[in-house]
Design a protein around this ligand. Structure first.
Ligand code: URA
Length: 199
């Protein structure tokens, strides 16, 4: 077993949030490609379909994500996909602060192993994980940030892109930001905006 699989095995038995451990069907560990330092997408938490399938982003938001990835020259074989929470919050509510704190070491350990060239945070929960709860997505999106040793591209969640429709700002922004992440990943020497980070 490699280190990712060893970690995955630990995550699958997690019961740090007893209520989530009791209500989940599957722990959704995430996907990583057989690539070194893959672009890594971070979502919020599994929804109903992900909880059933045990895989991230397999529902409607995931289908849109696949389309936008393809338009950006990326696809599921070239990116890792993980979530802030590995278990579905019942009723798809937003994760609580305590749940995020309890689950934090798992995502930290995943990022250690993945060592991504660039991270894309999808939506408010994943963006807050890096930038802190006080920062609004609108303040930070549209550029590459250096947070500790990571380059981070904060953007909208695909469910916002679904909600606002094909002509809405989130879909165009998400497409643009995924392209930016693909470019940064292809050119490691690119100039970044340097920001004081929390990492
Ligand atoms: N939304 C997320 O944030 N993650 C998933 O895996 C699915 C939907």
């Amino acid at each position: 077993m490699d280190t990712w699989e060893q970690l995955a095995a630990q995550i699958r038995t997690c019961s740090r949030c007893p209520h989530l451990a009791a209500s989940r069907t599957h722990v959704v560990v995430g996907l990583r490609p057989q690539l070194l330092r893959p672009v890594t997408l971070i979502g919020e938490a599994p929804g109903a379909q992900e909880d059933m399938a045990g895989e991230p982003f397999v529902g409607r938001a995931g289908q849109l994500l696949d389309v936008l990835l393809a338009e950006s020259g990326l696809d599921r074989t070239s990116v890792a996909i993980v979530n802030v929470l590995k278990c579905r919050p019942p009723g798809n509510r937003v994760p609580t602060r305590t749940e995020v704190v309890q689950c934090r070491p798992w995502l930290e350990a995943q990022l250690e192993i993945l060592d991504p060239r660039v991270i894309v945070t999808l939506g408010g929960t994943a963006t807050a994980w890096f930038f802190g709860a006080g920062r609004k997505l609108s303040e930070v999106r549209g550029r590459v940030h250096r947070i500790g040793r990571f380059r981070v591209v904060p953007t909208y969640h695909p469910s916002a892109a679904l909600r606002f429709g094909p002509g809405g700002l989130p879909r165009a922004a998400l497409r643009e930001d995924l392209k930016m992440a693909a470019t940064v990943a292809a050119d490691e020497s690119g100039e970044d905006e340097i920001e004081a980070g929390l990492w």
